[in-house]
Write a protein that binds this ligand. Sequence first.
Ligand code: NAD
Length: 247
Amino acid sequence: MASPAVLVLGIVGSGIMAAGIAEVALIAGHDVVVRSRSIRGANDVAARVAKNLDRRVERGKLDAATRDDALTRLTVTAQISDLAHCSIVLESIVEDMDSKVALLRELDTVVSNRAILATNTSTLSVSKLAMTTSHPNRVCGIHFFNPATTMPLVNALLFPYLNNAIKMMERGTASMDDIDTAMKGGCNFPMGPFALLDLVGLDTSLSILRTLHEASGNPADAPAETLLRLVADGHLGRKTGQGFHTY
Ligand SMILES: NC(=O)c1ccc[n+]([C@@H]2O[C@H](COP(=O)([O-])OP(=O)(O)OC[C@H]3O[C@@H](n4cnc5c(N)ncnc54)[C@H](O)[C@@H]3O)[C@@H](O)[C@H]2O)c1
């Protein structure tokens, strides 16, 4: 049987999701080009991917030769023109409409007419994003779950649940630790809502909740006050070392 075609996957962004998706695609045998706005950000993705692959080897989940081969297939760059030969480019930058539109318009002029432009947006309208490009029919949404390396899932219930956990804590119904413990022990979730919010990133969570709130118009969907305050203070979760918990 023929083996699956090897893609040249371009990924734009250097955040949590970009690095995880790069790792998944490399392990699946594809060539990956990661483009960040700065070469520092791009090199940082390469370092995180290498560290995670090393960890897989140490745990006996990947052999050293496969890791070495995967790393030879990873290119990082700050130049958008280095994505020109990609058959698919997935943007995974900040959850902000204007930033994504500006990027997709730029990508539109760089990649071939046959290339697919994909977005990892959590809540923004893929159709609206597509309509800002010259070939809307080649734009699609591919939403990865976090951590991309372990989660094959897309789940629309998640953010209202996370928001309501914060509001429950604000009302004094239960403490943050008690809610995390209850959801792990009672529902068998791998982590509680506050730990998950910190993992996702509080700024990303807030953008998602704002979009959901705008779409529903329901005051009950408004982002929780504590989330607004933490983001305003620059406490974005694991990525800054401080969120609901300290890391
Ligand atoms: N974090 C999650 O759990 C999760 C899950 C699924 C999808 N997503 C989506 O993935 C995308 C990225 O999320 P993340 O959690 O990796 O974010 P992140 O905060 O870790 O990274 C954001 C990236 O965007 C870049 N960036 C910021 N402003 C930019 C701009 N104006 N132009 C170009 N690049 C810019 C940053 O340098 C950084 O590389 C978002 O659309 C988010 O909704 C996130």
